[in-house]
Design a protein around this ligand. Structure first.
Ligand SMILES: Cc1cc2nc3c(=O)[nH]c(=O)nc-3n(C[C@H](O)[C@H](O)[C@H](O)COP(=O)(O)OP(=O)(O)OC[C@H]3O[C@@H](n4cnc5c(N)ncnc54)[C@H](O)[C@@H]3O)c2cc1C
Length: 390
């Protein structure tokens, strides 16, 4: 297929030379392990004791990866993406302490995110993390089939109620809702809650999307099982497919607690399962919708080819591609230019509270072989191309 992810002119059409140079310098700093490892700790400390570094963070790493400190600030970036045919997914990326107050604050914010998506075409989905609105330790106890104390049961019931409210609210407002996947030791409980909501709300339209991490072993069987259940009970099912973000944490816990690592043995195994999952979702498209949440070119191309080779409209709402804001624009902009459905997670929240999110982006972009060199090569290529035109 003539789908060129290498087309840097389209990939960076939204960026001025100054923006590109800024992004280049930022990605370059990620090759410093000192900055990646200690930057977030130092920033957190500096903000806490009142050193005015917030404007610096906001102009650099925050500007690259986030929409703003609020929905209102993020709206301008969503609008810009939309001008290029790309949707935005407001991702409230605050990772506070797991207190009831914080859960309720996030829950209220998520209602605003759904309202925004209901009102504006630039937001095709809403998204949330279950551990942002309920207790991580209770989800872990439930996933481990432990007997819950009265207090734990009460907290669990409240979380189930909050998730059900958000799904119902999204359904009433016709907003597609993604639920992120998290650590394996809380995921069984999340899956159970999410699929029960899919059963309740995914009838005419597919509203509730669960996330499957293909870096886990055994997820192909899980997808097939869930599709079979949906067929048996007469509902539809939405999957966001990702490889998975907690690889080191999973390996460390498995080693510490002496159980087999749930992560695939090799990257190739994750890739194979990811691509197989795409094919299974595609083959079951009479009841399945799929979002390819990936920066992997081969997987993105695979879904694009399945759509195109089977003469399915590129704007068919059952098929979406998604990347994170500030990353892999070459995939997002080139796919959107060809007419495919593309969206970018647009994280937002107060600078201090999104530092853990920014720290993960810096870590993810720090490997020499990985994302950074990809981003740097593409930016360099585009700057060279622009210079040659002068
Ligand atoms: C829109 C969007 C939404 C996302 N939502 C979630 C979410 O809800 N939950 C979540 O956990 N993550 C989520 N992620 C992150 C995602 O899981 C990946 O960490 C990230 O996208 C990198 O994988 P990739 O497919 O883009 O690209 P690639 O660069 O091809 O793959 C890198 C990934 O491969 C896997 N991998 C690397 N080395 C090995 C190895 N040795 N053995 C086995 N596997 C390996 C890891 O998952 C690693 O992150 C999301 C990403 C996007 C773009």
């Amino acid at each position: 297929m003539a789908l060129m992810f290498e087309n840097t002119e389209k990939a960076f059409s939204h960026k001025s030379n100054v923006d590109l140079i800024k992004a280049y310098r930022l990605f370059q700093t990620f090759s410093s392990s000192f900055i990646v490892n200690y930057g977030p700790i130092i920033s957190n400390w500096a903000i806490r004791i009142g050193i005015p570094i917030k404007p610096i963070i906001k102009k650099t790493i925050f500007h690259q990866f986030c929409g703003g400190e609020s929905i209102e600030e993020s709206n301008q970036f969503a609008k810009k993406l939309y001008e290029h045919g790309i949707g935005a997914i407001l991702d409230y990326s605050v990772e506070g302490e797991g207190t009831i107050d914080n859960f309720l604050k996030t829950f209220e914010e998520l209602k605003r995110v759904i309202n925004e998506a209901a009102d504006k075409p630039e937001y095709p989905f809403a998204v949330f993390k279950s551990s942002g609105i309920g207790s991580f330790s209770v989800l872990a106890a439930k996933s481990a089939n432990e007997k819950l104390s009265l207090e734990q049961q009460n907290q669990y019931d409240q979380l189930v109620e909050r998730i059900n409210f958000l799904c119902k609210y999204a359904h009433q407002n016709k907003v597609k809702l993604l639920i992120d996947a998290e650590e394996t030791w809380i995921q069984d409980a999340i899956d159970e809650i999410v699929y029960s909501n899919a059963k309740e709300f995914n009838h005419d339209d597919i509203i509730v999307y669960n996330t499957i991490q293909l870096y886990r072993k055994g997820r192909i069987e899980e997808i097939i099982k869930q599709i079979d259940l949906a067929r048996k009970f007469g509902y539809k099912i939405g999957f966001k497919l990702v490889r998975g973000a907690y690889m080191e944490k999973e390996a460390d816990r498995a080693q510490q607690m002496n159980y087999p690592n749930p992560i695939q043995d090799t990257k190739k195994d994750s890739d194979n399962d990811y691509n197989q999952a795409l094919k299974i979702c595609f083959e079951n498209r009479d009841i399945v919708a799929v979002m390819a949440g990936t920066h992997n070119e081969e997987s993105s191309l695979l879904l694009a080819e399945l759509i195109e080779n089977n003469n399915i409209s590129k704007s068919d709402d059952r098929f979406w591609f998604a990347q994170l804001y500030g990353m892999s624009d070459h995939i997002s902009y080139n796919l959107a230019h060809k007419g495919f459905n593309v969206a970018k997670y647009l994280p937002y929240g107060p600078v201090k509270e999104v530092l853990p999110y920014l720290s993960r982006r810096a870590q993810e972009n720090s490997s020499v072989k990985g994302q950074t060199s990809r981003e740097l090569t593409l930016i360099r290529q585009e700057l060279k191309r622009r210079k040659a035109l002068k």
